[in-house]
Design a protein around this ligand. Structure first.
Ligand code: NAD
Length: 274
């Protein structure tokens, strides 16, 4: 990532903040777009001149256009756009979900990705290169991981990723999505001000059912974003990469008591044992 320029939305916290730090450590210049001005400006100040913060509401086209323009004006290019900002969206049963909450959920989770790519595409097309990474979720792939609208919105992010990858392959731009399982961030706790202790308490509950035995850390998602942003993934586009400690793979067959109770060891099927 040496001398590359990345825009990272939702870069003030969680997965985005871990990615800002990692990309910076790898030599990139980074522009954080986030609506959390306190955390965003504090992170940029901590990391020095190569990291800038632009107050951004990713659901507003003007904000997103200014974010992309700022990166190009200040650093002269745009190599990576990480559309990562997000929130939990509307909760509750369908009958009591308001249309306003539907719109807000889709504005923040889906329209934001469309807007980011809409404004990055002309820059990357002119350069003839670039990488776009969109944060989706395992909730996009399987019911039960989130409320209705979060699932639907993240499924739309995966679909948009695939469709955009087809359009942008011609101009040398790769587009991929990351599908995290449960990750130790304030979003998991449903509270932007959640402390590490709050998150760890929840993580212990969520982690118990994860095959790898724990929830993910933001850096483990940042590492995948780094791979997708870099030339190490040069032949990968249009993919939704699942990073969930095995949560969506299934369960160990030994967990079905019927198997171990009713199935005899395989040697009983060998001719010599008959
Ligand atoms: P987080 O709460 O730590 O970070 C989200 C960031 O997005 C915050 O800094 C917040 O201010 C910002 N943001 C929210 N709405 C915004 C808006 N309208 N405009 C600009 N910025 C906005 O949460 P996180 O877990 O790091 O979330 C990052 C992404 O990962 C999200 O897209 C989320 O849906 C996705 N995700 C998270 C998990 C998880 O378990 N943490 C699982 C699957 C997917």
């Amino acid at each position: 990532m040496q001398d590359r320029v990345a825009v990272i939305t939702g870069g003030a916290s969680g997965i985005g903040a871990a990615t800002v730090r990692l990309f910076r450590d790898q030599g990139a210049r980074v522009v954080i777009g986030d609506r959390d001005e306190d955390r965003g400006s504090a992170l940029a100040a901590e990391l020095g001149d190569d990291v800038l913060f632009v107050p951004t509401d990713v659901s507003r086209e003007q904000d997103v256009a200014e974010l992309i323009a700022h990166a190009v004006d200040e650093f002269g290019q745009l190599d990576c756009l990480f559309n990562n900002a997000g929130f939990g969206g509307a909760l509750g049963p369908v009958a009591t979900t308001s249309v306003e909450d539907f719109d807000l959920t889709f504005d923040v989770l889906v329209k934001s990705v469309f807007l980011g790519v809409k404004h990055a595409a002309p820059v990357m097309s002119a350069q003839g290169r670039g990488t776009i990474i969109n944060t989706a979720s395992v909730a996009a792939l399987q019911a039960g991981w989130s409320p209705h609208l979060y699932m639907t919105a993240k499924a739309a992010v995966v679909a948009l990723t695939q469709s955009l990858a087809m359009e942008m392959a011609d101009v040398g731009v790769r587009v991929n999505a990351i599908c995290p399982g449960a990750v130790a961030t304030p979003l998991l706790a449903g509270n932007p001000k959640a402390t590490r202790e709050d998150i760890d308490r929840l993580g212990a509950t969520f982690g118990a059912s994860v095959p790898l035995g724990r929830i993910g850390e933001p850096i483990e998602l940042a590492n995948v974003a780094l791979f997708l942003a870099s030339d190490a993934s040069s032949y990968i586009t249009g993919q939704a990469i699942v990073v969930d400690g095995g949560s969506t793979t299934g369960k160990a067959w030994q967990e079905w008591p019927e198997f171990t109770r009713t199935h005899r060891p395989i040697r009983h099927h060998r001719p010599s044992d008959r």
